[in-house]
Design a binder for this molecule. Structure first.
Ligand SMILES: [Zn+2]
Ligand SMILES: [Zn+2]
Length: 444
């Protein structure tokens, strides 16, 4: 279709009805979903960098890779680092008391079954058991995962992968993906026997789980690492975007510190392996919270190298990026736009954040896929997209979601969730089909 201005079809009056009534608490509505997620479900980056007083991932890596965890970071030993990470979970799940409010802070007791949650007293533990027993088993898994996640930061996870031997059309689940990996058991063994796995359990302050449990955790964290390139691959395949016919540009919209703080230039390489012989794939991270870092280089003006993934970034709201960069041909138009749990449901001033972006994506007829972390978020997002007359093409449980379980930190006695358990995809507006058929009729 022609590239008309985004506001030509719908007036703001149509849109107001979808704004939630809660007062706005932040300008960056497209980051609210991430923030909401972040405060409930801490990622390791949040814990390590904020609780450990580190300013950047580079600092963190130098601490991990260097010969010591120096006093610059206030951490002298690995044991202390894991201790500080665990401290963020230390409060009485029943009465919410913090250790500092106990006569003896060390009297805080941990549930021995799950090694995850804490109680100030045996009374609180007893009172809490009828609820906690429903979640204890899953919280045990979540507690293992939050420690093993450290192995992503040390580089042990993921194991090295090869160009795919099966078309993405035939890889429908993570089981299919693992089955395709050559020498999978050998690669998992190498991680299990790795130096950092040893350091982890020597310093975690918790008993080392059974090998079988640890192995499953390593696999879940592997899916957590690969879930973003898999999301893009899944979306390319869904929309029949052909990476063999020409170079492909993917925009990650609403990218925040979660996508960009820890990013390495190689993090999306799986995408190139998914399409061996591709003509070049560029992944551009765009969002107001994009963090400066090694891969935050400007989007390409010409196409990138064939057979490879080129990651770039741009710190801006998406519609501003479009107007100043895309419109001026300083970056390619996207063949696909992807958003990782954008959090429309938590967006309180939709008009200021996501709305111009959604209208732009709709009116330029761009293929779009979003992931969501709950059914609630999916339903609300579908409602918003329906109000905006976008043409939603499908939605459901996302087959390549991260298998890592994340617990709600403030209230752990809930089912831990995957951060991208659901997805939806849309393209264009509902009236596009009608218009097209009318044109055809006129011509007849
Ligand atoms: Zn208590
Ligand atoms: Zn428990």
């Amino acid at each position: 279709m022609s590239h008309k201005k985004v506001s030509s079809k719908k007036k703001p009056s149509k849109v107001r009805s979808v704004e939630p009534s809660v007062a706005a608490s932040s300008y960056y509505t497209d980051s609210l979903g991430f923030l909401a997620m972040d405060s409930n479900v801490p990622g390791l980056s949040n814990i390590i960098l904020q609780k450990l007083n580190m300013k950047s991932y580079a600092e963190y890596r130098s601490a991990v890779e260097g010969n010591s965890l120096t006093t610059n970071f206030g951490i002298r030993t690995y044991a202390e680092m894991f201790q500080k990470m665990e401290d963020t979970y230390k409060f009485c799940v029943q009465c919410k008391k913090l250790p500092s409010r106990l006569p003896d802070p060390r009297a805080m007791r941990r549930c021995k079954r799950c090694q995850n949650i804490y109680y100030c007293s045996s009374e609180c533990q007893r009172e809490n058991w009828p609820i906690h027993k429903k979640f204890c088993r899953k919280l045990k898994v979540a507690a293992i995962d939050r420690l093993v996640e450290w192995l992503i930061f040390t580089g042990d996870i993921p194991f090295p992968t090869s160009p795919w031997t099966t078309s993405i059309t035939n890889i429908k689940t993570w089981e299919d993906w693992f089955a395709m990996q050559e020498s999978l058991e050998v690669k998992l063994d190498a991680i299990m026997a790795g130096r950092y796995m040893g350091i982890l359990w020597a310093n975690a302050g918790k008993p080392k789980p059974e090998n079988s449990e640890l192995r499953e955790s390593v696999k879940r964290l592997t899916t957590d690492f690969f879930t973003r390139p898999m999301t893009i691959g899944f979306a390319l395949n869904t929309f029949r975007v052909d990476p063999y016919g020409g170079p492909v540009t993917i925009h990650v919209v609403g990218a925040s510190h979660i996508e960009t703080l820890n990013i390495r230039a190689t993090d999306y390489d799986e995408l190139a392996k998914m399409f061996p012989g591709n003509q070049g794939l560029e992944v551009v991270m765009i969002g107001p919270e994009v963090v400066d870092g090694p891969v935050m280089r400007p989007p390409l003006t010409a196409y990138g190298p064939r057979g490879r993934v080129y990651v770039s970034g741009y710190k801006s709201l998406y519609h501003d990026f479009w107007e100043t960069v895309v419109e001026n041909e300083r970056a390619a138009r996207p063949d696909l736009v992807v958003g990782f749990h954008p959090g429309f449901h938590a967006s309180q001033g939709l008009t200021e954040g996501w709305l111009p972006t959604l209208l732009l994506l709709r009116d330029y007829n761009i293929p779009v896929l979003f992931t969501m972390y709950s059914e609630h978020e999916l339903k609300y997002s579908l409602q918003i997209l329906a109000e905006l007359d976008t043409r939603v093409l499908g939605s459901g449980q996302f087959p390549f979601c991260s298998q890592k379980l994340e617990q709600a930190q403030s209230d752990p006695n809930k089912h831990p969730v995957s951060s991208n358990a659901y997805y939806l995809f849309f393209r264009g507006a509902v009236w596009l089909d009608v218009e097209t058929s009318m044109v055809e009729l006129d011509e007849d």
